[in-house]
Design a protein around this ligand. Structure first.
Ligand SMILES: C[S@@+](CC[C@H](N)C(=O)[O-])C[C@H]1O[C@@H](n2cnc3c(N)ncnc32)[C@H](O)[C@@H]1O
Length: 269
């Protein structure tokens, strides 16, 4: 059943997949303007209980921030020109821009509503947000030092096209730090996709246990948020989207039919 669900979700035709996800994120960003909701990822929690040092006001977003920190701090961003693709509501880019000292950072997302929300709530001196498509990136060849991509690429119609685009806009020697979930079989295609584009793999791994641990720790808060803010007739879709315990995605990560992966890749000099 779950294997079937994942085959359905990940093997939709590129055009349908793009259109469905775009609609979903446009509606979400328009309908839910809650200024306290800045992240849309499943989170990351170390299994040994160690945690990032954060301020009190960041505590409620701890696990989402920790996923960003895990992906972004794998590469030195100090003084660099950084692009995040699929920046969502902008909370991750805001954290990275303040804490990891890029000289300039841009968050790109194809939901105009999410970009508006991000520019209102999360832009800063070294950070702005633009509307754009991951599969046809609006920037010049060799214009960025680092590209970040957190839990967004499962929405794209053509992963290979996206990875070619990232390669094109990176400077020689630039880094691409990526994390996302995949159906277990689909995950096996990723090394070939990265290699075809020309990338060298610097780090790779499965972080499913850490993501599941975060999902367990955030479960109660997500359920409260869904029950308070989401009409009853679509609560079940939101529970799947949020990955709460016993949702299809949570169970698939648990039984191995889906995996959460990360790669750090480099464009050769
Ligand atoms: C699950 S959310 C993750 C957002 C953010 N990275 C985070 O962790 O909070 C996925 C994001 O990818 C964006 N997205 C999906 N397809 C895209 C595309 N083709 N180009 C740009 N952004 C895209 C969606 O609009 C959404 O904001």
């Amino acid at each position: 059943m779950l294997v079937k669900f994942f085959k359905f979700l990940f093997n939709l035709s590129p055009a349908i997949k793009r259109a469905l996800w775009r609609k979903w994120y446009q509606v979400m960003a328009k309908k839910y303007q809650l200024p306290d909701w800045n992240f849309m990822n499943y989170g990351y929690a170390e299994l040994d209980g160690s945690e990032l040092d954060l301020h009190d006001h960041q505590e409620k977003e701890r696990y989402f921030i920790q996923l960003y920190h895990y992906v972004a701090a794998a590469v030195d961003l100090d003084g660099k020109k950084v692009l995040e693709i699929g920046s969502g509501r902008g909370g991750g880019a805001s954290y990275v821009a303040r804490v990891l000292y890029p000289e300039e950072m841009v968050g790109l997302d194809y939901s105009a509503n999410a970009v508006d929300f991000s520019n209102k709530n999360n832009a800063g001196d070294n950070l702005s947000f633009v509307e754009g498509d991951a599969e046809n990136i609006l920037f010049e060849n060799e214009s960025y030092d680092v590209v970040l991509n957190v839990e967004s690429s499962h929405c794209y119609g053509d992963m290979q096209q996206f990875v070619h685009e990232v390669y094109r806009i990176l400077k020689p020697g630039g880094y691409f730090s990526w994390a996302d979930l995949r159906g277990a079989e689909e995950g096996l295609e990723l090394p070939g996709i990265f290699k075809n584009a020309g990338f060298e793999t610097k780090q790779e791994g499965t972080i499913t246990p850490q993501v599941l641990h975060a999902l367990d720790l955030i479960h109660d808060r997500k359920m409260d948020m869904i029950e308070e803010n989401v009409p009853v007739f679509i609560q079940s879709a939101f529970k799947d989207f949020a990955g709460v315990k016993d949702s299809k995605i949570y169970n698939a990560l648990k039984d191995g039919s889906a995996v959460y992966l990360r790669y750090v890749l480099q464009k050769p000099v």
